[in-house]
Each structure stands twice: as C-alpha cells, then as structure tokens.
Write a protein that binds this ligand. Structure first.
Ligand code: GLU
Length: 436
C-alpha cells in the first residue's frame, strides 16, 4: 500500500520543478518554502480513553495535523476509520492547504483522524469518543487557529457533540467570550450550520462537471454517462445533482459492491433502497423501489473499469493504482474522494490522454461552504440556500478556469495545473510574510 504522505511530497516536488522558473529572482526563498511545505507545521497525536457501554475503557489512537497557516487558520475535517494513520492524516492536511488555495478561501490546511471503525460503536460510545477527541483538541483549535469539520464517517451530530464539549472546556477556563460556533463547520442547521453544507461537496463537483463537459465538447448531457465509486454523502449528492441536470448516472457503488444500469439510475430511489437494505447491491431485486430491471451487480473494481464518459471516484484513497490504471476506459476522471489516484497511476492516465480534475479542485465545494458557514457564525447572520449556491458557483467556476488556463499554457495534466495555481498562492503568501 503506498504511503499517502510520500505521494503528497512527490506531487509537491513535481510542481516545484514546474514553478521554479517563475521565481528566478527569489530562488532561495522559493526552495525554503517548498521544503517547509513538505512537512506539516505540527502533528499532534494521543490515545483517547473512552468509556464503553459495558463500563470498561478502551483506547483509540487519534491525530490532528496542522500543515500550513500562511493563508489563514488551519482548516480540514476529522476522519473516523480503521485505516487512519499518521501518514494519511499528514497527507490529507497537505491536500487541504492546496484545496483552500484553489478556490481562494482564506485558510490553510489541517486534518484529524481517529483509528476506529465507528460502525462497531454504539451511539453513546461514539459520543464519548467524540467528546474525548474535542477535549484533546480544545487548546489547539479556535476560529482563528484551526477549524475542524466532518470527513469520512463523521457527521453533523458528531460536530454538535464536539462544539458542546469545546464550549464546556472554554467555560471551564473562563473564556466565555470566545465563539464556539466558529470553531467547527459542518454543524447541523439547528446549531449554527449552513444551508447547503450537506450537499456542497457533491454540488461543487457537478458545477465543475458542467464546465468540463463544455471544454470536452459534449453538447447533449443525456449522452454523457457517469460511473461513481462510492455512494456516501459525496457520491450521492454528486449523482443527484448530475441526474437532475440530465446526465446519465449509470453506476454507483458502496463498500459491498456496485450496480451498473446502462439506461441510467435514479439516485434518490437508489439511496432509499440502500438505506432499507444496507447496500446498493441489494437493490436490483427490488425493481419497484429502484427501477433497475436492466441492471447488474458489479464489483467496486469493475466500476472503475466501465466504458463511460466520466468516472467519479468518491470513496477512499489509492483506488486507482499502477495495476488497474491502464484498464480505465473513461474519457475523464473527476476525483471527488481525496487522493484516489496514486502518482504511478497518474502517469498512466495522463499517457492515455484521460482528462483529470483533481480532488483539491473537484471536491473543494465542501470546504468552501464550510468557509461560508464560518463567515455566517462570525457575523451571526444566516444566509439562504440560494445565497450559498450563488456564492459557491463563481468560486468553483473560477477555480476550474484557472486550472484549465494553466493546463493549456504549460501543457500539463489537470493535477499539475491545479497544484501549480495552489502552491503558487501559498508560496507567494509565505514570501510576503517574510518569515521563511
Ligand atoms: N472533509 C472535507 C474535505 O476534505 C471538508 C473539510 C472542511 O470543510 O473543512 O474537503
């Protein structure tokens, strides 16, 4: 299994080579900035002690990586997963620095994670774990320091427990004037959340899809077929917004496998069926609910190899690697998961002329609406869903145009083009601060 942090450093080194000539008068500063960006500013780690339902206590390893805060407070989600590792959290925090720079929101990058399979915990144990993590974080975060959010397997409810615990810790220290709501995003609407946050990552991805389709010269959306690996929050909202705009979503999958329906599936019915039966693979038997009579069950690997126009990996990292990259038949890939393609696979895809919209651009809608949520919390004034969607659109579209322009000008792939714009913004700010 490749090391995600090493991958993120390899990507940065490649970008640095391409950007170097822009900094001929500041070569030393540029080199120093790149060197600094290879390692997070700080990585905290601990063992959380959690009381279980049977009265015993259990330990869980937890991390928070703060990568860079040149452009603003560290920002990024918290992941609960059995495969979380320090190296993964470091990589994810690095990608958050680029992601925030891509849409131009005023943050740096951070990421947290706990090694846990949340499906094995009861609701109460999950709450205890989340409160214990908030205790660990309390003196390391704040609206102007580090602003956590949900990521894989973390929800609005988990953010609500964390805000509550964080606020209790502030009160204990007599810091009652601090704003606890502005310290976490992805909160439920009733507790300072933003309209549109839940759907934001998927919706932002579809805003990018629309511009990509224009550039690729497709003129009739119904002919554009899309396969999505992953049908959690991101995959579902991507599928829903794409289908509503007339695209043909032909496959979705979850951890148990996928379904392929050449004439297109209905994301809402499929989600309803997944909820009722535990997985999309159980949905073909129930034609009335899911309307998939001509579909078939396929594996997660087969989803990646379907002959479709657009492939959307929306689950975990490293799913497209050197051994399966040459089997990808899609014309373009929109990376809705973080880090789903390894650097070796990138090279193969690029050689095969597969257009790539990388994670830090494609899934930036989530953190961008987190920024809107934070801005609303700090103002104490709340926007409508329409306000959110109207403000998200130009940020996603501009980020896409910047990427495309860079791609054409420098004859590089989508990832390099996006990283070049992002790394340049971060390095310029570091030089401007004069602290390197
Ligand atoms: N976890 C999401 C991401 O990777 C959202 C982060 C945030 O809103 O801070 O982009």
């Amino acid at each position: 299994m490749s090391n995600p942090h090493k991958n993120s450093v390899a990507q940065l080194e490649q970008v640095a080579q391409l950007l170097k000539s822009d900094y001929s008068d500041k070569e030393l500063l540029f080199d120093k900035a790149i060197e600094k960006l290879k390692t997070p500013d700080v990585v905290y780690e601990t063992e959380l002690e959690v009381t279980m339902d049977d009265g015993s206590s259990k330990k869980f390893k937890a991390f928070r990586s703060q990568h860079n805060n040149a452009r603003g407070p560290y920002k990024g989600g918290i992941r609960y997963h059995q495969d979380v590792s320090k190296e993964e959290v470091k990589a994810l925090s690095t990608w958050m620095t680029w992601k925030c720079a891509v849409t131009g929101i005023p943050y740096g990058g951070g990421k947290g994670g706990i090694i846990v399979d949340p499906k094995k915990l009861s609701e109460k144990e999950l709450e205890n774990l989340s409160r214990s993590y908030a205790d660990f974080l309390s003196d390391k975060i704040g609206p102007w320091v580090d602003v956590p959010a949900p990521d894989v397997n973390t929800t609005g409810q988990i953010m609500a427990w964390m805000v509550d615990q964080y606020q209790k810790n502030l009160s204990k220290k007599g810091l009652i004037q601090e704003n606890p709501l502005g310290t976490f995003t992805g909160k439920p609407l009733a507790l300072g959340g933003s309209e549109g946050r839940e759907e934001a990552t998927g919706l932002g991805g579809v805003m990018v899809l629309e511009r990509l389709i224009e550039k690729m010269g497709f003129d009739y959306k119904k002919n554009v077929s899309i396969a999505i690996q992953g049908f959690g929050n991101v995959g579902y909202w991507f599928a829903k917004h794409a289908a509503e705009r007339g695209y043909n979503v032909v496959a979705v999958s979850d951890s148990k496998g996928g379904v392929y329906v050449p004439e297109g599936l209905n994301p809402d019915k499929t989600m309803e069926c997944k909820r009722a039966n535990g997985s999309v693979v159980k949905c073909l038997c129930n034609e009335k609910l899911c309307d998939m009579k001509n579909g078939k069950v396929i594996t997660n690997e087969e989803v990646l190899e379907l002959d479709v126009d657009i492939l959307v990996p929306a689950a975990l990292e490293n799913v497209i690697h050197k051994d399966n990259a040459s089997k990808v038949k899609a014309k373009a890939i929109i990376e809705m998961a973080n880090g789903p393609i390894t650097p070796e696979a990138d090279k193969i895809l690029s050689k095969n002329n597969i257009i790539l919209v990388p994670d830090v651009l494609a899934n930036a809608g989530g953190v961008t609406v987190s920024y809107f949520e934070w801005a609303q919390n700090l103002q104490g004034y709340y926007w409508t869903r329409q306000d959110v969607v109207e403000k998200l659109l130009p940020l996603m579209e501009n980020a896409f145009s910047d990427m495309w322009e860079m791609k054409e000008d420098h004859k590089v792939d989508g990832r390099m083009a996006t990283y070049m714009t992002a790394v340049k913004k971060v390095v310029d700010t570091m030089i401007l601060r004069g602290s390197i």
